[in-house]
Design a protein around this ligand. Structure first.
Ligand SMILES: NC(=O)c1ccc[n+]([C@@H]2O[C@H](COP(=O)([O-])OP(=O)(O)OC[C@H]3O[C@@H](n4cnc5c(N)ncnc54)[C@H](OP(=O)(O)O)[C@@H]3O)[C@@H](O)[C@H]2O)c1
Length: 258
């Protein structure tokens, strides 16, 4: 349990991967943590999250692609815990598509969830943070927001957008005590990476284990970054000690460009 001020924290996409690890880091600091997820009726995922976070955690349905859902979720959290002043935007999707067959649907879905989602969440909580004269917003972007790769146009564009969004929020929030950063990991061992491993294995006709080895050895540190590494950084950012930390993209890349 941390010694700092207890606050209300929202983590989008907080039932799995980086979001769940960030939720745990914030719960360990003693904050009231509210998780928003499209899987809020998945009993197994909820049990797993509660085992990690404790009984205080609030979990309810959120689809960041829907303004109605964002409004409903943030209203429920305010009634349950009070005004949120910490926001971690971890919800995201990733689909590979090459230009000849790149559908509007794949493009729009990634922009809608990865970029428009954080925008909607920030706008919904802006008033709470201005009122409190204190806020911390951590947007999970990606190294893919700073480099390009064939087949990842929509994902890269959405994450580059998140980096730009975060910097603007950092500047606009500064007079109000609201700090905003993006955190950009390389590959992290989560369900999203697991899906990528399945795809790589299928494309190359190799086993999942061999595909995992490829990703591991493609990293200069020869390892896969863990969700807790991203969560620890976010945990520090959400303290008073991070007073001047804003308007910046922080990569956790273990030496990798991508
Ligand atoms: N793993 C990596 O290698 C890696 C690297 C760089 C950046 N990232 C970023 O890190 C973030 C977390 O990803 P992860 O790796 O932890 O993968 P993950 O376990 O798949 O987490 C993504 C989460 O987003 C949620 N989500 C997706 N669409 C949503 C929507 N419309 N509304 C609300 N929640 C939604 C998913 O839950 P539901 O589908 O149930 O809603 C899921 O819990 C993502 O933004 C991702 O782009 C990941």
């Amino acid at each position: 349990m941390g010694q700092g001020t207890q606050r209300v924290a929202i983590v989008t996409g907080g039932l799995t991967g980086i979001g769940l690890a960030a939720a745990k880091a914030l719960a360990d600091e003693g904050h009231h943590v509210a998780i928003g997820s499209r899987q809020a009726d998945n009993v197994h995922a909820i049990e797993k999250a509660r085992a990690l976070l404790g009984k205080d955690a609030h979990i309810s349905r959120l689809d960041v692609a829907s303004q109605t859902s964002v409004d409903a979720f943030t209203t429920i959290v305010r009634h349950h815990f009070g005004a949120p002043t910490i926001l971690v935007n971890a919800a995201g999707i990733y689909r590979e598509a090459f230009f000849p067959e790149h559908s509007d649907h794949d493009w729009l879905d990634q922009i809608e969830i990865n970029l428009n989602g954080p925008f909607r969440m920030i706008r919904a909580l802006w008033g709470d943070m201005v009122e409190a004269k204190w806020g911390r917003i951590a947007n999970v972007a990606s190294t893919a927001g700073s480099v390009g790769a064939a087949g990842y146009a929509a994902y890269c564009a959405s994450k580059a957008g998140v980096i730009g969004l975060s910097k603007s929020v950092g500047v606009e929030g500064a007079p109000h005590g609201i700090n905003c950063i993006s955190v950009s990991p390389t590959w992290v061992e989560t369900p999203m990476m697991d899906n990528a491993i399945g795809r790589i294995a299928k494309e190359r006709g190799i086993s999942r284990e061999a595909a995992r080895e490829r990703l591991t050895h493609s990293n200069p540190q020869g390892r896969l970054v863990q969700p807790s590494e991203i969560a620890n950084l976010i945990g520090f950012f959400c303290t008073d000690a991070s007073l001047g930390l804003t308007n910046v993209d922080i990569q956790v890349n273990a030496g990798a460009d991508w």
